[in-house]
Design a protein around this ligand. Structure first.
Ligand SMILES: C[S@@+](CC[C@H](N)C(=O)[O-])C[C@H]1O[C@@H](n2cnc3c(N)ncnc32)[C@H](O)[C@@H]1O
Length: 360
């Protein structure tokens, strides 16, 4: 991840300058910055300063919609652990939000005898406090480098990689250029910046029409590779669920969300949730380079159905008839509304079985 801009002195009124002010000053002094630097600075500030999840926040995620999501992932992990010979494995969640997924997953997994130590990779102090309220005895990490060595890792990441910075490359009239963020008056806007060599553009897309945009996420690839390397060496598996595609592809997927509505990603940096779609094909290829085995990419709808969401919804509805319609609506939101755009990818260590839900 690229570094945020240097912090300028506080403003003349004795108040600390806002992130927008600091970015504007840095761009005015040193020129436009890459999209990745803008996104990294904006999301670092955004997540460090709030709990954005839920009805009163900016967006909702699958574990916040229904306990079924975390429970099914927990049962999937417990089944995998059982078929791998019940090793002393650790549970890792990257970007755990409020800790809801892990709380639901480990409650369900414990019923199958799987009660691993918990490790959270989380940078936000606000969300660490939420996670501590829901999950006892977790260990927190700023990044994946300090995760435990030796033991197999069962890693889960839901809507984590979409929050990591992307580069955008735009086809200009005379070749490809990296997209930068400029500042005019107080408005941020994207501009074509430094030319990039055509060789870094996937061959199939090199002759795309002027104005075409392709995205890469070196930050996501670096973290995914580091996790895949550990899994290949220590044993275990990683389950990634996010919205995305199997690239390479043309398209500008950078988006901002605030108060459950789309916003301009270049407006009010640090006050909107900035995301981009995840390229699962690139992540799968990165895992293979580290000696781990990627599964086929499946849709979230197919994955949750294969794990038994219909039976779980029916059981929950039977136990709480007054909530039955809501439970069915939540199931449909997870499997239909979010069912196709959201996808799941598993990565396993050599010799480890494929998790349930990915069988061909
Ligand atoms: C969209 S939220 C997803 C939360 C949760 N997984 C869920 O499904 O509800 C993104 C999460 O990733 C965390 N995060 C964002 N950037 C991060 C980074 N560079 N390193 C570690 N955690 C990060 C955020 O603080 C937050 O917990």
């Amino acid at each position: 991840m690229t570094a945020p801009p240097p912090t300028p002195p506080a403003s003349g009124r004795g108040e600390e300058a806002s992130l927008a002010d600091r970015l504007a000053r840095a761009i005015t002094l040193a020129g436009p910055i890459p999209i990745a630097q803008f996104m990294a600075a904006a999301n670092a500030h955004y997540y460090a300063t709030r709990d954005p999840l839920g009805a009163g926040g900016d967006f909702t995620t699958a574990p916040e919609i229904s306990q079924m999501f975390g429970e099914l992932l927990g049962l999937c992990a417990a089944d995998l652990w059982d078929r791998a010979g019940r090793p002393h494995a650790a549970w890792v969640e990257c970007g755990p939000g409020r800790g809801t997924l892990t709380a639901d997953a480990l409650r369900a997994a414990a019923k199958a005898g799987f009660a691993p130590p918990v490790h959270f990779v989380e940078t936000s102090p606000v969300l660490r406090a939420e996670q501590a309220r829901r999950v006892e005895g977790a260990t927190w990490h700023d990044d994946v480098t300090t995760l435990p060595d030796g033991a197999p890792l069962i890693v889960v990441a839901n809507e984590f990689f979409d929050a990591l910075p992307i580069r955008q490359l735009v086809r200009a009239a005379d070749g490809w250029a990296e997209r930068f963020v400029a500042c005019q008056d107080t408005l941020f806007l994207p501009v074509a910046g430094k030319p990039v060599p055509a060789e870094i553009i996937p061959a199939a897309l090199r002759d795309a029409a002027p104005g075409s945009i392709i995205e890469t996420s070196p930050a996501s690839v670096a973290i995914f590779r580091a996790l895949a390397r550990r899994i290949a060496q220590q044993g275990g598996a990683m389950l990634t669920v996010d919205y995305g595609y199997e690239g390479p592809a043309i398209g500008d997927t950078l988006q901002a969300v605030r108060g459950h509505a789309y916003a301009n990603p270049f407006e009010s940096p640090g006050e909107n949730d900035l995301t981009a779609h995840v390229d699962f094909a690139t992540l799968a290829a990165a895992a293979m380079k580290e000696g781990a085995r990627p599964s086929p990419v499946v849709t979230q709808g197919a994955f949750l159905r294969a794990l038994g969401i219909d039976a779980r919804a029916a059981a929950l509805a039977k136990g709480a008839p007054a909530r039955a319609r809501g439970i069915v609506a939540d199931r449909d939101r997870l499997t239909i509304e979010m069912g196709t755009l959201f996808k799941a990818l598993a990565v396993t260590a050599p010799g480890w079985p494929l998790p349930a839900g990915f069988a061909s």
